[in-house]
Write a protein that binds this ligand. Structure first.
Ligand code: PLP
Length: 406
């Protein structure tokens, strides 16, 4: 018997059974057996505007009928790529910066790591190659991002990774300070998610992000915020950098920029970085992907951002979050969950006694609510258009499936 052709992501290759999703609308999904689900994790933390938005689909179709695809390697450019870069930087903390475009979060991370090192080299600091990663960090699966991860299981088994990476603690800024004391003049950049997502929805401890900013400034290193999940409204601002009032030198993004309608990611570069890259007119930025600035993806991004703006979804993230937070607070008071954490429209509930989350996640999916189980916690990151009734169902189903209080 031949095995199925499709090798699934983050799955045992021997696994044979999967649930086929056939239709989606708003924050609802349907499988091939006609069962419906609330998509409480926005597929994979990406679908800000909800599923089935014909406006984005039409924008993609219209773009493809005039120019379906063309590259942006010199000397070529296209209007939607230029317009999307312009729109993204105007929403970001770097309205005078520049935007590199790619096709995924992993590509955005590897691009940012390469930009950090080349910026050091162009600044006559070629010895600065070290990247500081954060415990629990998730930065995608390319070699740079794999090395930058703070989740050991994701780093293991792939042979030698990229050299010159060191890990700091997830919450204690003193651990970063020690690394700077030891390696200060060899550090090119610190990379971290302002709110860690796949590592379990961990908002930063007080002063942590500010502390990183100060350490980078004092030691001539760049600060990279990986905003692949937190960007495009998820935290109640366009970027978490704005939520926390800490401005990094490089911001990676993906997911919510198109709400997943077509693949796209990118890196926002501060003026400080751009000044270095632009200084020598003979320098060529030897980096780019075949599908960087893809006209259909960038048209999707523009239509998606239009919807986020028109429907006030950035502010809606806070409203969604308040309802989740109130519900989780009540579940904690009733002893149903141990604790909760989150910000904006991303939350996690820690199960009592550190219960492994996988069984609870499976029970919730069986009751029609798709969540992620991360170690001992259940994570929620729904489309920002989710309605109050569906939020309440998510919380009720968590209460049904969490281990019974003693
Ligand atoms: C913070 C962060 N960075 C990078 C990535 C990788 O993105 P992609 O899967 O699009 O390559 C992810 C994916 O979940 C992410 O959460």
């Amino acid at each position: 018997m031949t095995t199925p052709a499709l090798l699934h992501c983050f799955a045992p290759p021997a696994r044979e059974t999967f649930t086929e999703i056939v239709r989606a609308e708003g924050s609802r999904l349907w499988d091939a057996d006609g069962r419906s689900y609330i998509d409480a994790i926005a597929s994979l933390w990406y679908c800000q505007v909800g599923h089935g938005r014909t406006e984005i689909i039409d924008a993609i179709g219209e773009q493809m009928r005039s120019l379906a695809a063309y590259n942006v390697f010199a000397p070529w450019t296209n209007r939607p790529a230029e317009a999307a870069a312009d729109r993204i930087r105007s929403l970001s903390p770097h309205p005078d910066g520049r935007v590199f475009l790619c096709c995924s979060g992993s590509e955005s991370v590897d691009t940012a790591l390469k930009i950090a090192r080349v910026t050091a080299r162009l600044s006559d600091s070629a010895e600065r190659q070290m990247i500081i990663r954060r415990e629990r960090g998730y930065h995608g699966v390319n070699f740079g991002g794999t090395t930058a991860q703070g989740i050991p299981a994701n780093r293991e088994g792939w042979g030698d990774l990229v050299p010159h990476f060191e890990q700091m603690d997830g919450d204690d800024i003193e651990s970063a300070a020690r690394l700077f004391t030891e390696h200060g003049d060899r550090i090119a950049a610190v990379i971290c998610e302002p709110i860690q997502g796949a590592g379990g929805v961990h908002p930063p401890t007080d002063g942590y992000l500010e502390g990183l900013r100060t350490l980078c400034d004092d030691n001539g290193a760049l600060l990279i915020f990986d905003e692949v999940i937190t960007g495009f409204g998820r935290t109640g601002e366009w970027f978490a950098s704005q939520t926390y009032g800490v401005t990094p030198d490089l911001i990676t993004f993906a997911k919510g920029v198109t709400s997943g309608y077509l693949p796209m990611g990118g890196v926002i570069c501060s003026r400080r970085v751009c000044d270095v890259l632009e200084a020598d007119p003979d320098y060529v930025f030897m980096h780019g992907y075949t599908y960087s600035g893809h006209p259909a993806s960038t048209a999707a991004a523009l239509a998606n951002i239009d919807i986020i703006e028109r429907e006030g979804l950035v502010a809606r993230a806070t409203v969604v979050g308040e309802r989740f937070q109130a519900g989780l607070r009540a579940l904690q008071a009733d002893g149903v969950i141990e604790s909760y954490r989150g910000h904006g429209a991303m939350w996690a509930a820690r199960l009592r006694g550190g219960t492994d989350a996988v069984g609870v996640r499976d029970a919730m999916v069986a009751k029609g609510v798709i969540v992620r189980g991360i170690v001992d916690s259940i994570a929620f990151c729904p489309p920002l258009v989710i309605d109050d009734a569906d939020i309440d169902t998510c919380l009720d189903v968590l209460a049904d499936c969490a281990p019974v209080p003693a």
